[in-house]
Design a protein around this ligand. Structure first.
Ligand code: SF4
Length: 405
């Protein structure tokens, strides 16, 4: 494995030098389809700033943050997500198991593309209908948990600013598992800057096996929790050893991880097609209640700047006890597709908060160097690993190309 660590060295043989570990929790490569073009390395190195940066604790492994951007750049379809459909099908076929599914905001605007609908069509109601037809017992909206994430991150930010919590500023968002892994690999000294809040996926998973189980008198051991995500890194995230809150809650090791399986938007499309369901013709259906309603704050998590905008609004409310002014309901400077966006927001009682919104990890590396050097002017920084945010995640349809810079 040391051969592919040659500094700056472009591989002459991708197949031999850049293996995807067969144990990788998110990605697979079919060597029969690989044409040795090196595009996967190009995106990993230049856009994501991962391949080729080796100041790592890991010396003999390819660092991989599981973002799956290489899937979008591979012209031959050689790289794909690890397919987990069979596990879900097995749970659906077991009448003793309650299969609960959550769907992330970006999936409902990506799924239609796989069925020939115009790019960006919102198929939320049809997605819910298709999941019911596939046999899922309970269907929740991840946006519900995104609202919880926002309240947690907003509260934590206010406490850091007021000094009630002795954690450093700037605070980084923590809902993107590709970004979290990037910090762990390359900037471990800045881990205390990451918000301690779990991602919406993991908050929803924990709630399903605790709150939902309790309220509905379902044994948590008999719940199989599935998440439909635009993201390959979420497959890695749900397997992290700390993502087992329900085991702690019930004090029972028989309870499986909070989220058992993550399927990408593409995998869900394959399941729907294999079942012979014609998604575009389905009448819209509603999410199940209890965890099926959410605010607009949760909905904007799917795009770059959305987490920040929602968190700043919440922080305003938490500090002042009042609804934020109109300017904060449309935080225009942090909307749009640029890789780095900045804004300043005044909150009475907390002063001026300077925020930065970043997507794409090469952009993040430059900002992190500033934070490390102590030159950072920011109070709060949102980072999403995928250029453009989750709507261009590694698990989204391949037909719409993600932004390249
Ligand atoms: Fe996943 Fe979104 Fe992060 Fe991409 S930006 S790795 S899709 S959470």
């Amino acid at each position: 494995p040391t051969q592919y660590n040659e500094p700056g060295g472009w591989p002459t043989n991708v197949r031999g030098r850049v293996p995807i570990d067969p144990e990788n929790p998110a990605l697979r490569r079919d060597d029969q389809k690989c044409i040795l073009c090196g595009q996967c390395i190009e995106v990993c190195k230049t856009i994501q700033s991962v391949y080729g940066n080796y100041e790592l604790p890991l010396k003999n492994e390819i660092p991989c943050i599981n973002c799956g951007q290489c899937i979008h750049w591979c012209p031959s379809g050689a790289i794909s997500e690890r397919e987990d459909i069979d596990q879900v099908a097995k749970a659906l076929a077991d009448p003793k198991i309650t299969v609960v599914v959550q769907t992330a905001p970006a999936t409902r605007i990506g799924l239609g593309e796989e069925f020939g609908l115009p790019v960006g069509t919102n198929v939320q109601g049809k997605q819910v209908a298709a999941l019911r037809k596939l046999g899922f017992d309970v269907i929740f909206d991840t946006n519900f948990a995104a609202d919880l994430t926002i309240m947690e991150e907003g509260t934590e930010l206010v406490k850091r600013i007021t000094g009630e919590l002795h954690h450093p500023l700037p605070q980084f968002t923590s809902c993107c598992p590709g970004w979290v892994k990037f910090v762990e690999y390359y900037y471990p000294e800045l881990l205390p800057n990451l918000s301690s809040a779990k991602s919406p996926q993991q908050m929803a998973g924990a709630l399903v096996k605790t709150y939902f189980a309790e309220k509905n008198h379902v044994e948590p051991q008999k719940i199989f929790s599935v998440a439909i995500m635009p993201c390959t890194a979420k497959k890695f995230e749900c397997q992290r050893p700390e993502m087992i809150s329900a085991q702690t809650y019930w004090q029972d090791e028989q309870v499986s991880p909070d989220v058992d399986v993550v399927l990408t938007t593409r995998e869900l499309a394959r399941m729907i097609k294999r079942a012979g369901i014609d998604l575009p013709s389905l009448p819209d259906e509603e999410y199940d209640q209890l965890m099926g309603v959410a605010t607009g704050a949760g909905a904007i998590f799917g795009t770059t700047g959305g987490v920040m905008e929602a968190a700043v609004r919440s922080a305003y409310y938490l500090v002042t006890g009042e609804q934020p002014p109109a300017a904060l309901w449309q935080l225009t400077p942090v909307r749009g597709m640029e890789g780095v966006k900045e804004a300043a927001v005044s909150i009475p009682g907390a002063g001026e908060i300077r925020i930065a919104v970043i997507s794409g990890l090469d952009n993040a590396r430059a900002i992190m160097e500033q934070v490390k050097a102590g030159n950072s002017p920011w109070t709060f920084i949102e980072v999403m690993a995928c250029p453009g945010g989750c709507q261009y995640g590694g698990g989204q349809p391949r037909s719409s190309a993600p932004p390249s810079d």
